[in-house]
Design a protein around this ligand. Structure first.
Ligand SMILES: C[S@@+](CC[C@H](N)C(=O)[O-])C[C@H]1O[C@@H](n2cnc3c(N)ncnc32)[C@H](O)[C@@H]1O
Length: 479
């Protein structure tokens, strides 16, 4: 039997043989199962079940088999669901549910009563999910995405799981035969760029999520930058969870607590913007910058200096005093300061500043970190010979750029140098705020007090793009 399975291309033939023997009630049944498996049917469809998050999930023929890497999404969803107050109802919805494995795993993970719903467009998947969720009291619907759900769930969903199909149509042919021939195309095909279903789910998610609720989607590592953009465009705040061992990437997209961010934030003590005007980025996401640092590392926080900054520092590009604009948790500033150059980092995110100060103290590095708004820097009361902008400029839109450049002018003197690293609009897999060469030249053009000396293509690393996204490294001189 093992030989037959191995011959048919089963890599774990011995283990599979053991599982088939354990499952078959009779010799005839075993024979049939081996033939099915050797004929290319996925093991889980032959056995009739899959192991997922320690649960035994029923898998019917022609239903999408839950993947091991999707356990990351299930665990993260269960963790977020467990954070919902015990005194409030917990509403969990699994869209594109397949076997219903994700909803079942979340229900098992939270250990409390929950209002569980699942939906799929494929009747076979709906049938299979009904069996898996029946013991948990879950409601299962058939239909196209949200149209399958009861209206009463609008604005009430705390955790929205959507392991949508995300294989680009042209790549379907490259899938293993097991998936290609025995899983429904509707469970795999994500349209031309693989993100069409995700776009549809994310687009409507703000209307279905409760305030503070989360949408969780899986993406391939290659698609992450574009998938992040899909989430940003939907108005949700994205965060990425990675598991290199499982080769899994999950985007957690949160409906902001601050639902209406107006142009003018108030001056109240509880104002999350500390009296300043929210930036265009904050208005778009509905959250203050600080929120990006509160639930684990921000997407851009790679936990070490950007390679470009390390290179510039080695070339002696940072003449003190140095200003690190939008310093985040301070890795770049700390790298420069460790070389004995005086550095001041500023940011609007207090959580990031506290982390930066803690790291400076732990590492015994004399770098300063202060709260300041990039549009009002004269309060710093000093001038700088070099400015580093790593990822701040590209978050600004429209007149914010001119106001920021004017603020930099107010804290620099003639001959100062600005090293600016931002996402570029050239090449595949551009980052979330791509800037064109012309936009850079315009922002620092005649009349601004600055002149662009060089703009070179480079890379900027993020937590979800370890090999980096296309960037511009600009050297800009104060004239
Ligand atoms: C993409 S992050 C880059 C952080 C850091 N430079 C790095 O490379 O890891 C942009 C940073 O700019 C900060 N920021 C955004 N708008 C700001 C403003 N108006 N004034 C000061 N800092 C701002 C954010 O809080 C965030 O820490």
């Amino acid at each position: 039997m093992t030989a037959a399975l191995r011959l048919a291309g089963c890599v774990f033939a011995e283990e599979e043989a053991r599982m088939l023997i354990a499952e078959a009630a009779t010799a005839d049944e075993l024979d049939r199962m081996v033939r099915q498996r050797a004929g290319g049917l996925p093991l889980e469809q032959v056995l009739g079940w899959a192991q997922f998050c320690g649960l035994r999930i029923a898998v019917d023929p022609a239903v999408f088999v839950p993947r091991r890497r999707t356990e990351l999404l299930a665990r993260e969803a269960a963790r977020l669901a467990a954070q919902v107050s015990q005194h409030a109802p917990l509403v969990v919805v699994d869209l594109c549910c397949g076997t219903g494995a994700l909803g079942a795993a979340v229900a098992a993970g939270v250990r409390r009563t929950l209002d569980l719903h699942a939906a799929d467009i494929d009747p076979a998947a709906v049938e299979c999910t009904r069996r898996n969720l029946a013991p948990l009291g879950g409601q299962v619907y058939q239909g196209d995405l949200y149209s399958a759900l009861p209206e009463a769930l609008r604005g009430k969903i705390n955790v929205l799981i959507a392991n949508v199909p995300y294989v680009p149509t042209d790549d379907l042919a490259l899938l293993p035969a097991e998936a290609r021939d025995h899983e429904p195309r509707v469970a795999l095909d994500g349209g031309s760029d693989g993100l069409e279903v995700m776009r549809a789910v994310a687009g409507q998610a703000p209307r279905w999520l409760a305030v503070g609720g989360h949408l969780l989607v899986e993406a391939s590592e290659r698609q992450l930058p574009a998938a992040m953009q899909v989430i940003v465009d939907s108005g949700l705040l994205p965060r990425v969870v990675l598991d290199d061992e499982m080769d899994a990437a999950v985007i957690v997209a949160t409906r902001a607590e601050v639902t209406e961010v107006t142009e003018q934030a108030g001056n109240r003590a509880d104002d999350p913007f500390g009296g300043r005007q929210p930036t265009s980025h904050e208005r778009m996401t509905g959250l203050p910058w600080d929120a990006s640092y509160r639930n684990g590392p921000a997407p851009w926080d790679i936990g070490r200096p950007q390679p470009v900054v390390v290179r510039l520092a080695a070339e002696g590009a940072f003449v003190g005093p140095v200003l690190d604009a939008g310093c985040g948790t301070g890795e770049n500033a700390l790298h420069i300061a460790a070389l004995g150059v005086p550095v001041l980092g500023f940011d609007v995110a207090e959580t990031a500043l506290s982390a930066a100060r803690e790291k400076a103290a732990e590492r015994g590095i004399a770098a300063e970190f202060v709260a300041a708004d990039a549009f009002a820097l004269d309060g710093l009361g000093r001038t700088f010979a070099t400015v580093l902008d790593c990822g701040l400029f590209h978050t600004f839109r429209g007149d914010e750029r001119a106001r920021y450049v004017a603020a930099l002018t107010s804290v620099t003197e003639r001959d100062a140098t600005l090293h600016l690293l931002c996402f570029s609009d050239e090449g595949p897999d551009t980052g979330p705020h791509p800037v064109s060469r012309r936009e850079l030249e315009a922002a620092f053009g005649p009349g601004t007090g600055w002149a662009v000396a060089a703009i070179e293509p480079d890379r900027v690393e993020t937590r979800f793009q370890p090999s980096g996204a296309p960037a511009w490294l600009a050297m800009i001189k104060r004239i």
